[in-house]
Structures are given as structure tokens and as C-alpha cells.
Design a protein around this ligand. Structure first.
Ligand code: F6P
Length: 366
């Protein structure tokens, strides 16, 4: 424990898409702040929108009680509201304006001495921009995609992985009963971590990830070959960001004003339709979607989120700002927010787990 007399009150917000473990982080921040440092804690609601619009909630120790196992976030979140590009309507016309000074005024109005921002790359980029404007900030990495540069693991990922694996387990039994090809589309944006790990853990036969562009004919060959050997069902796990060797990702829609306007989705149907057309085998598609973001965090994520939250308060008390908490191996550490800008943590196409998959006969559609 350290003492820092200048810090009396801290703020916390959860930004970006929700994920399991957010409440565990809030709980750890509130408990460490109040029990060890007698700080006051102010929660900003709905991500950065709360900072812009001054929507707050005082967090007492009792608010942090009983929420460890709960999915979602008691503070609410948003993956749209960016104080540096906030939509403002004037004379019927919508413009994106920099309202960061307004957000900073709200921090001062609430007498917040330091802010803890829990988020993915979009939210942590905003955190870094606020830090450059003089706000004492510490970031905590969250996302089911596990695509944040600078940390070995984000919390939320392992729960999403467990959910995806359990879904594949269930799909295996119906696939085998009907002798069908089953395509399972999982989330992950431009990184294939969920598809790769859930595919290996769930016994997928083909795994398509963004980092290894696929050849649909190769995928079909694998399915046909399995059929020839008497394996009349196949499981194809597809990351939403997977793309063919000569083609692009499938965009489901664009969400204007979002920190990342592209919403991926639909590649599962594209792959499934092609397999059925080319092989003549009955094929069904399941898109797991937001079920991967919901539910109670598994033990790993509860522990990781608790370690991240507790350490964020330690960093605040040491006056180490402009940093993101991270995990390196088994150890909790921190890294400059500057160093994580613009990079994404992707699967290495020749990394250990891909090699393991190849060793046991998994096809990556190459
Ligand atoms: O980043 C988390 C994530 O769930 C991605 O895997 C997915 O592409 C995206 O968010 C979906 O966003 P939304 O909730 O806006 O549909």
C-alpha cells in the first residue's frame, strides 16, 4: 500500500462493448479505494457519455457487494460516444464535434482527482487522448476479442471462449445425428482468438480466422474427404472477420458515430451456402452473436478482473498515470497507453496453437 494525499476521489467508467468481468473490476476498484485508501468513488454512466453529459453515480462499498458474478456492467456502457467526435445537431444538421473540454469540466465539477477507464482499444485511445490533455488516467483492458496490444489476456475473453466452446459441443451432437455440416460463426472482430481457441477446445474440423485467409474449395475438400472416410458430419468454426484469399470481410452494417463503425457478421452464411452448393451436403449455420458477451464470468475472468481493478487503484495512488494495467505471463504489470495505440494483438499464422491444430488434422482452409 502507498499513500498519496492528493487523491481523495476517483472516477471510473466502463466503455465499449460489455463483457463478463466488468462488475468484478468495478467491485475491486471500489473495495480497494474505500477499504485501503478511504477514497470516494464516482461512477460515470454509459461509458464516455456519462463524462460528456455528467451522468454519475456515487459508488459505496455496498454497491460493490454481490456483483462479482454478474455479467454486464452496473454502470452501463456504450461503444458509440467519443468526446473527441461527438454528434451535435445544430439547425437540423448533425456534426461531429470535439466536446472533450466539456467532459474535462465534468470531471472537475465532480472533484475527480483521477479516472480509471475500463475499455477496449477504442475506449483506451480516448483515455490516452484525455491523458494528453492533462487528465490523470489509468486504463484497464477488457474485451472478449482478446485483441488488445500490450497485454497477454484481456478479461472477458476466457468466458466468451467457454460460451463458444459449450455451443460447439451442443452443435456437435445435432451435427452427428443429422449427418450435417455445421458452420458456427463466432465474434472477435479482426482477430481469430475466439474461433481458434473455441475451435480447438470444441473439436472443430475446420477453423477459419482473419489471420489465415481461406480458400473455399480447400474447405470443401476437407468436408468431402471426411465424408469419404465415413465422417458424415463436420464442424466449421468461422471468425466473423475471416475472409477468403481473394476477397474481403463481410460487413453486416455500419454504425455511424461509433469508435469503430464497421460491424462484421454474415461470413458464416457465405461459407455455409458455398459448402452446401459445392459439396451437395446439407449444411446449417449458427451465428453465436452477443450470447458470447453475456452471462456470469468464469473463475479465470473473475480473478483477472479483480487483479486488474485492485492494481489500477495502486497505480493511481502511486501517481503513475497514462498507463494501462496488463498481464505478462503470470504477473500483473502496466504499459504506457501510448505504446498500445494503433496496434492489435492478432493470432500468429504459424504460432503454437495453430501448429497444434495442424498436428491434429484441423484445417485452416489454406
Ligand atoms: O468488441 C467486442 C464485440 O463483441 C466484437 O466481437 C463484435 O464485432 C462487436 O463487439 C459487436 O458490436 P455491437 O455490440 O455494437 O454489435
Amino acid at each position: 500500500m502507498v499513500s498519496n494525499n492528493k487523491i481523495k476521489r476517483i472516477g471510473i467508467l466502463t466503455g465499449g462493448g460489455d463483457c463478463p468481468g466488468l462488475n468484478a473490476v468495478i467491485r475491486a476498484v471500489v473495495k480497494n479505494a474505500i477499504f485501503h485508501y478511504q477514497l470516494e468513488v464516482i461512477g460515470f454512466l454509459e461509458g464516455y457519455l456519462g463524462l460528456i453529459k455528467n451522468m454519475t453515480r456515487r459508488l459505496e462499498a455496498t454497491d460493490a457487494s454481490g456483483i462479482l458474478h454478474q455479467g454486464g456492467t452496473i454502470l452501463g456502457t456504450s461503444n458509440r460516444d467519443n468526446p473527441f467526435r461527438f454528434p451535435v445537431t445544430m439547425r437540423g444538421k448533425k456534426n461531429l464535434r470535439d466536446v472533450s473540454d466539456q467532459a474535462i469540466r465534468n470531471l472537475r465539477r465532480n472533484k475527480v482527482d483521477a479516472l480509471i477507464a475500463v475499455g477496449g482499444d477504442g475506449s483506451l485511445t480516448i483515455a490516452y487522448q484525455l491523458y494528453k490533455k492533462g487528465i490523470p488516467i489509468v486504463g484497464i483492458p477488457k474485451t472478449i476479442d482478446n485483441d488488445l496490444w500490450g497485454t497477454d489476456v484481456t478479461f472477458g475473453f476466457n468466458t466468451a471462449l467457454q460460451t463458444a466452446m459449450e455451443a460447439i459441443d451442443k452443435i456437435q451432437t445435432t451435427a452427428a445425428s443429422h449427418h450435417r455440416v455445421m458452420v458456427v460463426e463466432v465474434m472477435g472482430r479482426y482477430a481469430g482468438w475466439i474461433a481458434l481457441e473455441a475451435g480447438i477446445a470444441g473439436g472443430g474440423d475446420v477453423i477459419l480466422i482473419p489471420e489465415i485467409p481461406y480458400d473455399i474449395e480447400r474447405v470443401c475438400e476437407v468436408v468431402r474427404e471426411r465424408y469419404r472416410y465415413g465422417k458424415r458430419s463436420s464442424i466449421v468454426v468461422v471468425a466473423e472477420g475471416a475472409k477468403p484469399q481473394k476477397g474481403e470481410v463481410v460487413v453486416q452494417k455500419m454504425v455511424e458515430d461509433s469508435t469503430d463503425p464497421v460491424r462484421l457478421g454474415g461470413v458464416g452464411y457465405k461459407v455455409g451456402n458455398e459448402i452446401e452448393k459445392r459439396t451437395g451436403l446439407e449444411t446449417r449455420v449458427t451465428v453465436l452473436g452477443h450470447i458470447q458477451r453475456g452471462g456470469s464470468p468464469i473463475a479465470y475472468d473473475r480473478i483477472l478482473a479483480t487483479r486488474y481493478g485492485a492494481e489500477a487503484v495502486e497505480l493511481v495512488m502511486r501517481g503513475k498515470f497514462g498507463r494501462m494495467i496488463c498481464l505478462r505471463g503470470m504477473k500483473i504489470d502496466s504499459i504506457s497507453l501510448n505504446r498500445i495505440q494503433g496496434d492489435q494483438r492478432k493470432v500468429f499464422p504459424n504460432g503454437d496453437l495453430v501448429k497444434t491444430g495442424r498436428c491434429i488434422g484441423v484445417s485452416f482452409g489454406e
